[in-house]
Write a protein that binds this ligand. Sequence first.
Ligand SMILES: Cc1cc2nc3c(=O)[nH]c(=O)nc-3n(C[C@H](O)[C@H](O)[C@H](O)COP(=O)(O)OP(=O)(O)OC[C@H]3O[C@@H](n4cnc5c(N)ncnc54)[C@H](O)[C@@H]3O)c2cc1C
Length: 463
Amino acid sequence: MNVAVVLFTCDLRLHDHPPLRAALAGGRQVVPLFVRDPAVDRAGFAAPNRLAFLADCLRDLDAGLRERGGRLVVRHGDTVEEVCRVAAETDAAEVHLAAEVSAFGQRRERRLRGALEAQGRALHVHDAVTTAVPPGAVTPASSGHFAVFTPYFRRWSQQTLRGPLAAPRAVPVPDGPASEPLPSREKLSGVAPALAPGGEGEGRRRLAGWLRTGVTAYADRHDDLAGDGTSRLSPHLHFGTLSPVEIVHRARRRGGPGAEAFVRQLAWRDFHRQVLFARPAAAHADYRSRDDRWRSGRAAAEDAEAWRQGRTGHPVVDAAMRQLLHEGWMHNRGRLLVASFLTKTLYIDWRVGAEHFLRHLVDGDLANNQLNWQWVAGTGTDTRPNRVLSPVAQGRRLDPDGAYVRRWLPELADALDAAGVTGAAVHEPWKLPESVRERSGYPAPVVGLADGLARFRQARGLE
Ligand SMILES: Cc1cc2nc3c(=O)[nH]c(=O)nc-3n(C[C@H](O)[C@H](O)[C@H](O)COP(=O)(O)OP(=O)(O)OC[C@H]3O[C@@H](n4cnc5c(N)ncnc54)[C@H](O)[C@@H]3O)c2cc1C
């Protein structure tokens, strides 16, 4: 038996891919396998934006394999059954895959190990494929995981990362294993109009461009909503078309304050993964309960819907929500603002917001999404759980000339232009003359900021 199966999951690339390199060692033939598993879809993956990005990634992976004499085998069904079937068809001695962090992934890994061992085959699970530092690699003396980022980051920074691996020159695939057709983006409906393209080639081009020009100004520009000064690498990290280990190495080699600040954000990604790995229930349950009795009922449902549509009457919140619907992506500062607005100003359960994000975000990711939502809601790892972000103050700071709001709220921008109103006045439309407000058709605020703040403080027992 001189065949190995490589199961691709959230690591859809050929560069710096430890499972693929290990499988190829000793001259083995390899079956590169991807399984479309209905259980993954049912668990919340099947959002049109992510399916579209995935289709690009699989197409690109297949093309990269074909350039190396191989091809991608795609199957549809239960992952464990399909891997075992392909392993039996090709008489593979071993299966390689990247370690998983979610409860779902860990369960699947255990089932797979059991099923393969029953067939006399070995499962090899590889760390540091989807993270730079694997969950559990650094732990505090007192517990199994870090609950605070700063001490985690100190230890994370001291870790020696493995060296990045080159893409293999050849990937010999045995004759035989049939593949279903690759999924196609064109057949999907509900995809965001301006969704970014996926695939390893696209990811590598974006990374190279980012390191060449963008990253230098990152420390100064990453909070500028209109300037769009972040890497937009998150979908590539989510689908693993780029390796976090390789990105950290290359950013460190680039050096400078921008690259350092960028690497720190990558550590946030690993931080959330080690929390979820240790506390899988945090995907759905409060990490630290604040005994919230979130608003429910009709008024709350209407407020949540206005939030989803970008019609809360608070311009910077609405602009960010509309960016999400248009691009399937949102600026980090926008995410912080809209999440604070939903959970604190509107006092609506973070799970309502997290679900909407997961329905639309192309980078929608259980660890990053749920734990960032919890961080903002104050039920997670933030050491200041009751801070509330004011859309007006934040808008003035992060979008001082209103360019971001004007880009995403054209009805408001047009009415302001017609009235000759410029600059940061856009962040407080309720102060504009009534004729301008009426002309715009832009909604009145669903809640005043002071009222929202008072309601939140009372609910959290801070009054
Ligand atoms: C409420 C909320 C929900 C979020 N949901 C997601 C999500 O589903 N998927 C996701 O990848 N990120 C999520 N984030 C984190 C962050 O907003 C995005 O990673 C970032 O905006 C992606 O843009 P970028 O690639 O240009 O980031 P950059 O600023 O260029 O950062 C580089 C990379 O660092 C990582 N990163 C940056 N900020 C964070 C952070 N706060 N937490 C964890 N990792 C981070 C990402 O992988 C990102 O691609 C969420 C943040 C909030 C506040």
